[in-house]
Design a protein around this ligand. Structure first.
Ligand code: PRP
Length: 211
């Protein structure tokens, strides 16, 4: 038995596969069936590591509360959640960006155009900084639907390949910020489990950017 476990929160969904690939490249012995499992807590005893599989937006919450020592989270989630965690490493995976998009040639006559998004804090700050008054409508997914059915004038959402916009006849108006995934750590774990945390940062930083 390992005396001290390191608990790592991984985001289910898009980032997951790339994150696991990176961990394997860094030499972590992750079981082959890890990717298909439905389990939410997976222990890799040889490494002294316990993975918890969380919704991407919740990863910083687990890390802030210290139930996970480390997490992998998109910069989009970090900007939206503003949690009290340390960001240790840009993993350069799941590259994408946040953008304002909408129907082409849509004229914004409203005093406060409606903006649908999964990122209400990021969107509010962005438009506030531009001095534009908008009404934010929070959605949890399929954001591109909003302008198509008249729920919103604009969306603020992730663009990766751009296919979702194109296939739904939407255009990008402004790029807000580039996004990659980050390695984050709980401030207490950073001190108390410094050897394990630094070992992980070191091993990952050696393989970051390799293709
Ligand atoms: C994300 C994002 C866009 C899409 C962009 O949604 O919100 O909808 O991916 O990717 P693309 O530029 O490669 O088309 P996701 O599939 O993660 O699901 P969601 O709609 O539930 O947020």
């Amino acid at each position: 038995m390992t005396a001290e476990w390191l608990t790592i929160a991984l985001p289910k969904g898009r980032i997951f596969e790339e994150a696991v690939e990176l961990l394997r490249k860094a030499g972590y012995q992750i079981p082959p069936d890890f990717d298909e499992s439905r389990k939410l807590i997976i222990e890799v005893e040889e490494e002294g590591i316990r993975f918890i599989l969380a919704k991407p937006m919740d990863v910083p919450t687990y890390v802030e509360h210290g139930v996970a020592d480390i997490g992998i989270a998109g910069k989009d989630v970090m900007l939206e959640e503003e949690r009290d965690v340390y960001e240790l490493l840009d993993l350069h995976i799941s590259e994408c960006y946040l953008a304002v998009a909408g129907l082409p040639n849509a004229v914004l006559n409203d005093v406060a155009p409606k903006v649908a998004t999964k990122y209400p804090n990021v969107a509010s700050s962005y438009f506030r900084a531009k001095g534009e008054q908008v009404e934010i409508i929070k959605l949890n997914g399929s954001i591109e639907l909003a302008p198509l059915i008249g729920l919103a004038d604009r969306i603020v959402d992730i663009v990766s390949t751009g296919r979702t916009l194109v296939e739904n006849g939407l255009v990008e108006y402004e790029k807000i910020v580039s996004i990659t995934s980050r390695l984050i750590v709980n401030p207490v774990s950073y001190r108390l489990k410094d050897r394990m945390v630094h070992d992980m940062v070191h091993r990952l930083s050696e393989v970051v950017g390799e293709k």
